[in-house]
Design a protein around this ligand. Structure first.
Ligand code: FAD
Length: 303
């Protein structure tokens, strides 16, 4: 069996595997797609100490670093079940069962898509999901934020300090964000809030040039010219496969303590699939390291 089996090959999983392997213990990593979300990322400017890189390039460096160590990498394999017996068992979609003394879950998350025409086409060409990452690209421009929950309104406030103008589009007749955020939002001079509207299409040629929406009260269609659209309708953790096993919060995020431990002894978690406050590459890597050290501590106390 493995000493540490990491499920997930994004920044959190790669970091956890390297930290574990450096302890000289038997380490494996099973990933549906090595690299994770960064494979879909163009420019990265906030991975500290690297001024600029691109997602696939960072993923290649992660893989190269992992390969420096004796880590058993099982790419293109999806885990479908976890069970704690004497050892912890991870069953893969292909039927194989992997056994390990400890497991680190690092299966990440995905942004919920709007599913309107133009969204997929203009991804990274004006359609963005992460204001901390891509906000500065829209300095002095007109952007929209779709979604009036806490993340949408936080994004709108953040972007109002960078962009020239921010239009918020909310499907429901009211914003769902906390009152204090709404107050702050309405105090800003360069923000327009549209409620009870349905986004119909993100328009553009080679990049985004506008957005069409329907006023749900009148049924009328409108178009706004702008250069960027931030979709903020939810980040969904990839934790469905853990139904009934590991404790999660109401968003489906795995609840971890400061050592990265879950409610099941020997099972740890890291990165965007957990209840960490912020979801970023550097934060995921830090929590991957924490979970690996947590798992190592557990091993020296329990074997
Ligand atoms: P992920 O990167 O989501 O990796 C999860 C891994 O688990 C993948 O290998 C996946 O294939 C695997 N997996 C999932 N389910 C299973 C399963 N059942 N079995 C086996 N494997 C599974 N952050 C920044 O800091 N700066 C940026 O500029 C930036 N830009 C971004 C741009 C975009 C378009 C997106 C989508 C995200 C961006 N982020 C950015 C966020 C950043 O990518 C994430 O915070 C980070 O990738 C999280 O790492 P992770 O390892 O926790 O999860």
């Amino acid at each position: 069996p493995f000493d540490v089996l990491v499920v997930g090959g994004g920044p959190a999983g790669a970091s956890a595997a390297i930290y574990a392997a450096r302890k000289g213990i038997r380490t494996g990593i099973v990933a549906e797609r090595f690299g994770g979300q960064i494979m879909d990322t163009l420019g990265i400017e906030n991975f500290i100490s690297v001024k600029y890189t691109e997602g696939p390039k960072l993923a290649a460096s992660l893989e190269e670093h992992v390969k420096q160590y004796d880590i058993d990498v099982m790419n293109l394999q999806r885990a479908k079940r976890l069970e704690k017996k004497d050892l912890i068992e991870i069953e893969l979609e292909n039927g194989a069962v992997l056994k390990s003394k400890t497991v680190i879950i690092a299966t990440g998350a995905r942004w919920r898509n709007l599913g309107v025409p133009g969204e997929a086409e203009f991804k990274n060409k004006g359609v963005a999901y992460c204001p901390h990452c891509d906000g500065p690209l829209f300095e002095g421009k007109h952007v929209a934020v779709i979604g009036g929950g806490n993340s949408g309104i936080e994004a709108a406030i953040d972007l109002a300090g960078i962009a020239k103008h921010v239009t918020v589009l909310e499907f429901m007749p009211e914003l769902k964000a906390d009152a204090v955020l709404q107050e702050r939002l309405y105090s800003l001079p360069n923000v327009t809030v549209l409620k009870n509207v349905q986004t119909k299409e993100i328009t553009g040629t080679d990049k985004v040039n506008g957005i069409s929406y329907i006023d749900r009260e009148t049924g009328e269609e409108h178009h706004i010219e702008l250069q960027g659209v931030f979709v903020q309708i939810g980040l969904v953790p990839n934790t469905d496969w853990l139904d009934g096993t590991i404790e999660r919060n109401r968003f489906g995020e795995i609840i971890v303590d400061k050592h990265g431990a879950t409610n099941i002894p020997g099972v740890f978690a890291a990165g965007d699939c957990t209840d960490s406050a912020y979801k970023q590459i550097i934060i995921s890597m830090g929590s991957g390291a924490t979970a690996a050290l947590g798992a190592f501590d557990y091993l020296i106390r329990n074997s």
